[in-house]
Design a protein. Sequence first.
Length: 289
Amino acid sequence: MIEVFLQVLIGGIMLGGLYALVAFGLSLTYGVVHILDFAHGTLLAVMGVIASLLYLTGLNPLWIALILVPCAFVYGGAFYFTLLRPLGSRGPFESTIGTVLVTVGALLILSDVTSVLAGATPKNIPIRLGVYIIGDVVIPRMQLAILLATALLTLAIHLVLTRTWFGRAIRAVTQEQVAAQLCGVRSVWLRTMTFAFGAGTVAIAAVLYVLTYPVDPYMGFGLTVKAFTIIILGGVGNLPGALVAGILLGVAEGMTGLYWDTQWAPAISVVLLLVILVVRPQGFSRKTA
């Protein structure tokens, strides 16, 4: 039984790392733009489907990522600048309702268009790198490589946010928008770039995700809920906290499937979200980007 426990624990940690990577972009956009993008997870699902189709043409996953990241970056910037930015001139109530309607509308359109063009059946990139066997515990090399890539990407994004002018500007706007504008930060440009940057991280997450797990055009909203849970648990803009929270969620799902029922595993994110909001709404940390 201990071998099964360790197997599920390792799988949960690896899945949680992917969840955290999905949440990074949403954490940044919410911290700077103050918009909860309900289409965030759907963008990952769509990018994953596109990645699987590109793989069928013979492209290496690395080249697929190099193609999808700029495309997602342009999409994110254009989506914010043309559809979400104009809502900022409305009142708080109208702006909030408008952003919900726009992002939910984007969720539906992206899912349906992708389903029509590529089909609704789950797709993945079937690459196998063998396994490491430690006793009775089997560790797929692909999942281990993805976990390592997630850790490196977390470090890279953290360095961008802490060591570059763009990152300092993001943190300044998150902490005090008016003061940042007085210091010369162009808030519209920064918000557009932040939204684009968040979309670019989703494209990377999509390629890593589809290497291990199947995706379909309609699975995005569930991933968005998981990302919401992670950023609330880990703290908005706190990438190390998001990584810990993502791993916690992945392990919780695995243990739920092991000791209770696999059908309840997807619901654990909703349960955690409700518990966090009631017990500790600030999450692990109040730190912002």
